[in-house]
Write a protein that binds this ligand. Structure first.
Ligand SMILES: NC(=O)C1=CN([C@@H]2O[C@H](COP(=O)(O)OP(=O)(O)OC[C@H]3O[C@@H](n4cnc5c(N)ncnc54)[C@H](OP(=O)(O)O)[C@@H]3O)[C@@H](O)[C@H]2O)[C@H](O)CC1
Ligand SMILES: [K+]
Length: 454
């Protein structure tokens, strides 16, 4: 797990005040880290074009040019005249050693975007936009210094300074950042970083269910009741996924329980041994509120997904102690509207995913939320996690039902709602990553069949 930050200037300030490091020292480490990265990937003599802006992001780029020259064939393009004190200082140092400047995007092996970093405001003017378009069209290996400029530069790798910035994990930014690597700034990351409520999940954080105890029986691993409705297929996928992920028993529950696999049980009412409930997937609108209340008249841990996220009964569900909600963007705006927290478009949500998740969690601190997306957000109270390991392979009907089954299974096996949710989410993305077929071909059944290989 790695920490994520809204901004790092306060962390830089700690370096100046607590560790006696100057801005200059930090910047030299930033540039050195980038130089090391390039040296590890490209042999001496490779051509490197560094495009610099006027602030400290540009200054990082200018310092990098000095460190790579003359072993590499370095050229620098100043899009704007150095303006910050550090940019002026770095330019003076570079001028002292003499280096070729160029004024167009020339062909090169490595192209570094040091136009603007965290200081980006507003929009680029057409002139800079067209330079960035040219950079994007280059065949070179593309490196973003700190962050891709204005999230318009398509980087193969983003070398970010000091610590991970939360903004890099906005869904819309996933296309631009490429592989992300943190560069240390003169002190180890553990020392540079301080507390943060936001964390990035690593695949290694996955804590799978285990069967280490010997004297057990099926009841020891819980019983998930999956309430099904009109579209039985969704409930079946959820149930199969839950059974495969370790729940001792899984039942589909409701009026429509014909044609279900032999391994899944069925009943009209909640079984007596139920230890967790999954509800919402394929539910349709065939149940009255009274019917639904009969499934909810208990305090079992519960995962609510899909159709139920549009229903007024959600208000009742949100009062429960152990509940997980797993909306995608469209469902989350419905949740926000039903809760009278916000009436917004999907576009507004996607631009401000972090803000609306925080708003929801502040109002419902007992509820665990998983907001689906290119980068999944998992949150409860004041703890926030991003799972960035998902891929477009998962963009297919039924993937979400498999995820609900994984969460339901862990709830039945008595994981806490937060642990159930982030472990299920990590298992879900791992299933997609482990799939060896073509990206477009992954089906929910493929996901389920691979659970046993985790
Ligand atoms: N711990 C760290 O992360 C460190 C980061 N470092 C680097 O410093 C930058 C941040 O530097 P800063 O000077 O604060 O800001 P930037 O260089 O990112 O941006 C400011 C300059 O960018 C110009 N700008 C802003 N918006 C636009 C725009 N829409 N179009 C064109 N130009 C824009 C702005 O120019 P103005 O003329 O508008 O004033 C500024 O000159 C960080 O990202 C890291 O790379 C340090 O190396 C140390 C530690
Ligand atoms: K940049």
């Amino acid at each position: 797990m790695q920490k994520l930050y809204d901004e790092v200037s306060s962390l830089d300030k700690r370096c100046y005040e607590n560790f006696g490091l100057s801005e200059d020292i930090l910047m030299e480490h930033a540039a050195d880290g980038m130089a090391d990265f390039i040296k590890s990937k490209f042999s001496k003599g490779s051509s490197v074009l560094i495009v610099c802006g006027s602030g400290n992001n540009g200054a990082d780029g200018i310092a990098l040019a000095r460190l790579l020259h003359p072993d590499y064939n370095v050229k620098i393009l100043h899009l704007k005249k150095p303006k910050s004190d550090m940019a002026k200082l770095q330019k003076k140092r570079l001028d002292a050693i003499g280096l070729k400047e160029c004024c167009t995007i020339e062909s090169c092996d490595v192209l570094v975007d040091a136009i603007v970093g965290t200081g980006f405001r507003g929009e680029f003017n057409p002139e800079i936009s067209s330079v960035i378009d040219e950079m994007n069209n280059s065949d070179a290996y593309k490196i973003a210094c700190d962050v891709p400029s204005g999230y318009k530069f398509f980087a193969d790798a983003t070398l970010t300074m000091g610590a991970l910035k939360k903004d890099m994990y906005l869904d819309a930014h996933k296309e631009y950042v490429g592989d992300i690597k943190v560069i240390d700034l003169g002190v180890g990351r553990d020392i540079y970083e301080c507390e943060s409520n936001w964390n990035l999940l690593d695949l290694e954080d996955l804590n799978l269910p285990n069967r280490n105890k010997k004297d057990t029986h099926k009841g020891s691993y819980g019983h998930l009741a999956c309430v099904v409705g009109e579209k039985i297929g969704a409930g079946v996928l959820c149930s199969k996924s839950a059974l495969r992920f370790g729940a001792g028993l899984v039942s589909v529950v409701g009026y429509n329980t014909t044609n279900i696999p032999h391994s899944i049980m069925s009943s009209e009412l909640l079984p007596k041994t139920t230890s967790a409930i999954a509800i919402g997937m394929g539910l349709g609108d065939s149940y009255s509120d009274m019917d639904l209340k009969s499934f909810l008249n208990n305090d079992y841990p519960l995962i609510a997904d899909a159709d139920i996220l549009h229903m007024d009964i959600l208000q009742e569900i949100l009062k429960r102690e152990n509940v997980v909600l797993t909306p995608h963007a469209k469902e989350f705006i419905s949740v926000l509207r039903l809760c009278k927290l916000a009436d917004i478009s999907v576009d507004e949500l996607q631009k401000n995913r972090f803000k609306y998740v925080e708003l929801f969690c502040k109002t419902y601190p007992k509820v665990t939320l998983l907001l689906k997306g290119a980068n999944v957000i998992i949150a409860k109270d004041d703890k926030f996690f991003i799972n960035p390991h998902g891929s477009s392979k998962l963009a297919k009907g039924g993937s979400g039902d498999v995820l609900s089954g994984l969460i339901g299974s862990l709830l039945a096996q008595r994981y806490t709602p937060l642990e159930a949710t982030f472990n299920a989410s990590l298992a879900h993305v791992s299933l997609a990553l482990n799939y060896t077929g073509s990206d477009f071909s992954l089906t929910p059944d493929d996901l389920i069949s691979q659970i046993g290989k985790l």
